[in-house]
Every structure is written in C-alpha cells, then in structure tokens.
Design a protein around this ligand. Structure first.
Ligand code: DAH
Length: 344
C-alpha cells in the first residue's frame, strides 16, 4: 500500500508538471483527490490494515495528499501569473502611437465680424436689438417713408410672400419697430444685426441673402456731427487708426440728408489702385439723419427729436478687411476657407 501511495504521488506530480492549463489542474485534482479519485480509493482500503500499519500508512497518505495539493497550488499560481502576463501583453496600449487629432471648431467668419462690430458699438453705448426676417410691407417700406408705388422701392428687389408680407430687404424696419415700441419716447441707441433678402442673382458681389447691421440713435439733440464722430471711431477701430473717412451726399428715402461713407483705401493709402477703382476711397455704408416722416410715423415728434441712422453689410466689411473677393465664400461653408479666420 505504501508503494501504491508513493506511485500515486509520483504520477500526480508528473502530470502536474506537464500541465499547461489551469483547467488541467482541476482535472488532476479530481482524478487524485476527488471523491472517486485514486488516493481516496486507496484510503478506503485502509480498514483492512492492521492496527500498527494504519497510522504509518495514514501518515504517508496525508503527506501524499499535502504534497499533491501543494504542487497543484503552486502550479496553479504559476499558470495564473502566466495567463495574466499573456493577457497584459495582448491588451497592451501602445502609448507611442501618435494620437488622432480632434479638429477644433471656431466661429464662422461672418459671426466673428458681426460680434466684433457689435462689441465696438456696445463700447460706444449702443444696445443690440433684433427684428423679424419675415416683415410686413408697412415696416419694411411705409414706415420708412416709402409709400406704395414709391419708385425707390425698386432699389430693393423684394421677395413677397403676400401683398402685405415679405422677406425684409434690409434691417431698417427695426428702426421703426424699436421707436414705435418705445411709447414714452425715451432716447434710442441701438444696433441691429440680421439677415436680409433680395431678389438678386448670386455672383461675386451679390447674394439673395446677406447680412446687415443697422444703427439708430434718437434723442433730443442728435446731429450729423455725432454720426460722423461715431462712424470715424468705428472705421478706425475696424480698419486701423490710420484710416480716414469721408461722407458723400447720397439718397435714401428714410434719411434727410443722406450720406454714404467711404474709408481711405488701405491697399494704396489713398493713391488710387484697382481695389478702390483708382479713387483712393472705398464705400462702406449708408446713413444720414432720420427723416422727420420716419420719426413722426414712429410716434416721435420731429420738432423735438432728431436722430441718425446707418446701415452696413458685414460681409463687405470682412471682404475689405481680409481681401476676400467673392461674397459667396461666406455661404459655401468650405472649411478650408473658414479655417483661415478661426481665432486661436
Ligand atoms: N437700408 C439701406 C439699404 O439696405 C441701408 C441704409 C442706408 C440704412 C441709410 C440706414 C440708412 O439706416 O440711414 O441699402
């Protein structure tokens, strides 16, 4: 019996040494130490031994069990470690791989330029207002001194929705809306950026939809020199301290007198070049003193109140500032174009 036990131990240890998976160790454990295992069945025969032999064999049997158990545990630990190392190796992250860059977004050039203009005027005490893009004929035209059949309506080819509803052709209706809503005739100092629509054929300088920024300042003693002062400040901040402005007489039905503002050409410094069409000046915006009829229709007594107004196209401002020669670039959303103007 003693030999039998010794050979069971030797056999089990061999098998354990050969095993290369943890599952095999489980099987070995069952085969030798399990209920129906070989060691167990030998021990069952111990009853037949003599009294003297029993403790001797019992001791050997215990030692065999302990040896096999220890060998199994040791091997199991070893295999577990190996398995873990294999897994770590397989799942290793190669931190030397270059990362995939996440493209960072940025404000659209048009958004940035509108915000820049807003900031300049906010700094001069103007509030930012909004108005509807679907506008009534009344606010878009009549309240701006453009009665029905007025020939100057032709200056702005209009998308009509019904006889009385249209897509606003300019942001000027917000002047009338702001004043009309101000029933106590408090002073108004506002700018209004927004989309406008015209029945134009798109080309390098025209778009059926573009942006305008309207300005309006109404109080008891507003003069043309206030308009000039504010616009001069705006032009110098926007285009550089060395820019000059000039006001030329012009015509708009809602202002009297009306002006157009030019800035001195940056490219040639006023000498004359292809950008300024050899004049040394570039047209930037229209404006003037709010027409008494416009004040009156909005509920402001023209005897008491005066005001100036102006309107500009931020696309045009950006085109001049950055040398962009096609207005369609603002609407194509070509990232290669837009990326150049992302602020860091
Ligand atoms: N609304 C005019 C346009 O779209 C621009 C304009 C001119 C606005 C003179 C004004 C202004 O407020 O006083 O062409």
């Amino acid at each position: 019996m003693k030999e039998q036990l010794e050979s069971i131990q030797a056999e089990a240890l061999d098998k354990i040494a050969e095993a290369d998976e943890r599952k095999q160790l489980q099987d070995i454990k069952v085969a030798y130490l399990g209920k129906k295992g070989s060691l167990t069945s030998v021990l069952r025969g111990m009853g037949k031994l003599s009294k003297e032999e029993r403790p001797v064999v019992g001791e050997i049997a215990n030692r065999v069990r302990e040896t096999i158990t220890a060998a199994l545990d040791e091997k199991d630990e070893k295999l577990e470690k190996e398995e873990m190392e294999e897994q770590l190796e397989a799942e290793a992250i190669d931190i030397s791989l270059p990362g995939r860059p996440v493209p960072d977004g940025g404000a659209h050039l048009l958004t940035s330029i509108v915000e820049e203009i807003e900031d300049l005027f906010i700094g001069m005490g103007f509030e930012v207002r909004e108005g509807p893009e679907v506008e009534t004929d009344y606010f878009n035209f009549e309240a701006l001194n453009l009665p029905k059949n007025h020939p100057a309506r032709d200056m702005q080819d209009t998308f009509y929705i019904t006889n009385e509803l249209l897509m606003r052709t300019h942001t000027s209706p917000v002047q009338a809306r702001t004043m009309k809503a101000n029933e106590q005739n408090k002073p108004v100092k506002m700018i209004c950026p927004g989309k406008v629509y015209r029945r134009d054929t798109d080309d390098a300088t025209h778009s059926h939809q573009f942006t305008q920024i309207e300005g309006l300042y109404v109080d008891t003693d507003v003069r043309m020199s206030d308009l000039k002062g504010i616009l001069d400040k705006f032009a110098k901040k926007m285009f550089g301290a060395d820019r000059e402005i000039r006001l030329r007489p012009s015509f708009f039905p809602f202002t009297e007198p009306s002006v157009e503002m030019d800035i001195s050409c940056k490219v040639c410094n006023g000498e004359g070049c292809s950008v300024c069409k050899q004049t040394g000046w570039i047209e930037i915006l229209g404006g003037g003193m709010v027409h008494p009829n416009v004040l009156e229709m909005a509920g402001y007594d023209p005897e008491k109140y005066s005001g100036f107004a102006f309107g500009m196209g931020p696309e045009r401002i950006a085109m001049l500032k950055y040398g962009i020669n096609d207005i369609r670039q603002f609407y194509l959303n070509d990232k290669r174009f837009l990326k150049q103007y992302h602020k860091a």
